[in-house]
Design a binder for this molecule. Sequence first.
Ligand SMILES: [Zn+2]
Length: 244
Amino acid sequence: MNKKYFVFLLALIIALSSGCAHCRKDKAKIFQYSTVNAFYSGVYDGKLACKELKKHGDFGMGTFNGVDGELILLGKVCYQAKADGRIVIAKNNLEIPFATANYFKPSIHAVLEKPLDLKEITEYLDLLLPDKNSIFAIKLEGEFDFVQTRSIEKQKEPYTPFTEVAKNQSVSKFSGIKGTLVGYYFPEYMKELNVAGYHLHFISRDRKHGGHLLDCNILKGSIEMEQVNKIFMELNDTKNLTIK
Ligand SMILES: [Zn+2]
């Protein structure tokens, strides 16, 4: 190979690889749209379209305008768990009032070899967390004895606070189902920005059922987690609203 060409090629490879390393590093952050406090206060309409959320990650969760079901972002597909527990693929232009997403690159891995209920799962996750003051993206895949989820029917204006809305949540129960829990752990001191503790959404392996996790019993499965200490937050346009 011509020496000049070789040097050019080497420089190009170094430039490309250092560029990619920078991209990866830059991508290791949580993206959040709006805050949980704004959402709980009744800010149920946002301006973030599904296609925009997908630019911020391949993994995530949230809801849709009017609290029209639960959002699960998995493998670059944005799923909508409707009030009856059915899942549909959300349209790219469907808008979001509150969501969290990231490019999932897990660094913590564990296997669940015996049945655990939700309390035992969270106790096990507690043991795996190296730092309870950090944010973690959590993916738990497995076979479930049962899963109980909730989803909300699309709200009509004037909106009421979420404590009122949640009283009319629709609960779905699934038994003998394989699927994935997608979600995040946020530390207690961040509770006004995002849901503190574990917040998980379920999606079945056939991508037909799911919702916000209320309860479950897992037979066996695997856990993957990623610790993320950077957060990029985009505020919803709420200038005409009073948020407590
Ligand atoms: Zn939820």
